[in-house]
Design a protein around this ligand. Structure first.
Ligand code: SAH
Length: 249
């Protein structure tokens, strides 16, 4: 059995009981070193296969192979494994190799708390209305596609959540995203920047679209850009659902 285990944003209390059970059952735990450190308490004494950032394809193949041979394997993914995580890659590898889930290898996806929920909770309630999530990583997606999606989400007045916003090597993309947003939204549009949500070193900044400092944004950051009715208040960022215009609050 291969369990693709979502471990949530960081703190152990955000690991669901179902994820904890899957980890407990595992003989082999496969994952990126940083994530395995987050769940060290759940995997003591187990066989651990860890590897660095760019090795996700190797990690996935190892996990699939070991499970197909009959081992109980947990493949660990941060946040929710089905959101820019390892789940899709597992099915791609299986499909490529003709390994049918349920016939050649048992696979389960254990859901978890994604960074967008972990971050939104710290900001208050920025995602109370329709939102779009865009990853700014152009390592696997052409930049032209990313720009088109940001522009479409901006034009349609979605709250926009940016994943993978800025790394040491990818520095200009966030500025370009801001420019596109500014061509559709006011400079005072609230922006929430959440670093290391629900893990060691957590930081929350509420600022504006024109005013935010790109330098504070790194790869452990998720950026929330409000829609035209989002407001900031007392360090919070809230997108009203519309109750206020219908009911007396
Ligand atoms: N599967 C994960 C996303 C992995 S992509 C999920 O469901 O959240 C990696 C990106 O997610 C990072 O670049 C960052 O933008 C975001 N991220 C993941 N964990 C985070 C955290 N604890 N705090 C802030 N951003 C986080």
């Amino acid at each position: 059995m291969l369990s693709i285990v979502s471990i949530g944003p960081g703190w152990a209390e955000h690991v669901t009981p179902a994820a904890a059970r899957a980890l407990e059952r595992a003989e082999v735990v496969v994952g990126y070193k940083t994530y395995l450190d987050l769940i060290a308490g759940f995997i003591t004494g187990k066989e651990v296969v860890s590897s660095g950032m760019m090795k996700e394809v190797d990690r996935c193949k190892t996990a699939v192979e070991r499970a197909a041979q009959g081992a109980e394997v947990s493949l660990v993914s941060s946040g929710d494994a089905g959101i820019y995580g390892m789940a899709g890659l597992v099915f791609e590898v299986c499909r490529e190799r003709g390994l049918v889930p349920g016939r050649d290898v048992e696979i389960e996806v254990v859901p978890g708390i994604p960074a967008l929920s972990a971050g939104a909770a710290l900001l208050g309630a920025p995602l109370m209305h329709d939102f779009a999530v865009v990853s700014l990583s152009d390592l696997l997606t052409p930049w032209g596609v990313i720009e088109k999606r940001i522009a479409a989400a901006a034009a349609a007045d979605f709250v926009v959540v940016l994943y993978n916003p800025r790394s040491r090597k990818r520095r200009w993309q966030l500025g370009r995203a801001r420019e596109i947003m500014l061509s559709h939204r006011g400079p005072d549009t609230p922006v929430g920047i959440v670093k290391r949500a629900q893990r060691e070193g957590q930081e929350v900044i509420v600022t504006t679209l024109a005013g935010f400092d790109e330098e504070v944004v790194d790869m452990q950051t998720v950026v929330f850009i409000g829609n035209s009715s989002t407001w900031s208040w007392e360090g919070l960022m809230v997108t009203p659902r519309g109750y206020g215009s219908k009911y007396s609050l």
